[in-house]
Design a protein around this ligand. Structure first.
Ligand SMILES: NC(=O)c1ccc[n+]([C@@H]2O[C@H](COP(=O)([O-])OP(=O)(O)OC[C@H]3O[C@@H](n4cnc5c(N)ncnc54)[C@H](O)[C@@H]3O)[C@@H](O)[C@H]2O)c1
Length: 376
């Protein structure tokens, strides 16, 4: 899109959130006007480092500033829902890191409010802009994979030692990284036509240590779910773990299809595998180098798909900010605010992706009963 218009963005939460500052600063259609976090000393360190003058320790004060068009929320998980609602009520466009919220009620309220106020809402799901996902999606859209027969997502991460809202969190309350690619691959982001999940069956497996259980009353080490997709015969399976499970960090996504199947790497540093039907058995699997999709971005932010991040942050280990997704996310959000394309995922789609996990945990607590996913 060729326009000189700039969206005036504020970033809230400066742990993970700080990684987006240089991207907005470099984007031709953005102006990073303000930052917000509660700790004043740390706020000033960040403001000085990036040369940002407007600094807020109070989110409510930030929302009163008429010079801010859009907020990008990267606060702790329990704040996502309440801060999103406040920001939409204040007339701001909202980008929010995952998950959208942690209760059905909050999610329903966000979708209704977003419709009422007409501002953009986008959940900043990294996986659906990672180069591995974009590669699989491109192969599918070009007809290389053939008919999709099954989808599988997995997100395993050891959250011991992470901030206080993590210990004991039901694994499926943070499931968007494995749910979203399964639904996004069947969607059309350009038109906003999104595949949605309809119902889910989930089992809880194993047990985390006793001191972690009471906060959320969730004992499961692993939650594993299958879900049905509206208007499709394809079923997706997703697996999550957060505590007391030996596994290197894994965010993975597999597409099993009729001609060519895609499997994300199993161990960090490996390349993904394509399985090609019709070849001699030993030639069916082939490791592939995933291309970079930086060419889809405005030139000044293309460099941010590379490994540029602070080595103290986990995303560095994941290679270029979650598969190079961060500049794609910022760009998509800005283009949605400017009306050039739909937000992907928009509010109803973000709701569905998040609700799969919330309903999956509900299913696990009911011994694996099927739970219908509400449509808002
Ligand atoms: N791949 C991904 O999509 C991905 C990766 C990492 C983190 N995240 C998400 O980003 C969020 C932040 O993660 P993190 O690791 O940076 O957490 P963190 O706890 O280290 O940082 C949270 C930040 O939010 C600020 N904050 C807390 N409460 C606030 C409030 N009321 N108002 C304004 N600022 C407030 C804190 O000062 C801090 O800067 C989490 O929700 C996490 O799920 C997503």
């Amino acid at each position: 899109m060729v326009t000189e218009k700039k969206v005036r963005v504020a970033i809230v939460g400066l742990g993970f959130g700080a990684e987006f500052i240089p991207i907005y600063q470099a984007h031709p259609n953005a102006e990073l006007v303000a930052i917000c976090r509660r700790d004043k000393a740390e706020l000033n360190v960040c403001g000085d480092k990036f040369g940002i003058e407007k600094r807020f320790t109070d989110f409510d004060e930030l929302l009163k500033d008429p010079d801010i068009d859009a907020v990008h929320i990267n606060s702790p998980i329990p704040d996502h829902g309440p801060q999103t609602l406040k920001a939409l009520k204040a007339g701001k466009h909202v980008a929010c890191t995952v998950p959208m919220a942690t209760s059905k009620e909050q999610i329903q309220e966000i979708v209704a409010l977003q419709r009422a106020v007409g501002k953009v809402y986008m959940m900043m799901e990294t996986v659906v802009y990672s180069r591995e996902y974009l590669f699989a999606k491109d192969l599918y859209d070009r007809g290389v994979l053939g008919r999709i027969q099954f989808l599988r997502g997995s997100h395993q991460q050891d959250m011991d030692g992470w901030p206080n809202y993590w210990p004991g969190l039901p694994p499926m309350w943070y499931a968007t990284h494995c749910v979203s690619p399964c639904l996004a691959v069947l969607s059309d982001p350009a038109t906003g036509n999104a595949a949605l999940a309809e119902s889910v069956v989930c089992h809880g497996s194993g047990r985390i240590r006793e001191d972690l259980i009471p906060k959320y009353n969730s004992p499961y080490a692993i939650e594993t779910a299958t879900f049905k997709i509206v208007g499709s015969d394809v079923v997706a399976e997703v697996t999550r773990s957060l505590f007391d499970t030996a596994r290197q960090y894994r965010e993975s996504f597999d597409v099993t299809a009729s001609n060519v199947s895609f499997e994300w790497q199993q161990v960090e540093g490996e390349d993904p595998v394509l399985h090609m039907r019709g070849l001699p058995e030993s030639q069916i699997p082939r490791r592939v180098k995933v291309p970079d999709f930086a060419g889809r971005l405005p030139e000044p932010i293309r460099k941010f798909t590379g490994a540029i991040h602070d080595a103290t942050h986990l995303s560095f280990l994941q290679g270029g900010g979650h598969g190079g997704s961060h500049p794609h996310l910022a760009h998509n959000f800005l283009m949605a605010v400017l009306g050039a394309q739909p937000a992907f995922p928009d509010a109803p789609t973000s709701a569905n992706w998040t609700l799969v996990g919330i309903c999956a945990h509900e299913s696990a607590t009911k011994g694996g009963d099927r739970v219908a996913i509400p449509a808002y």
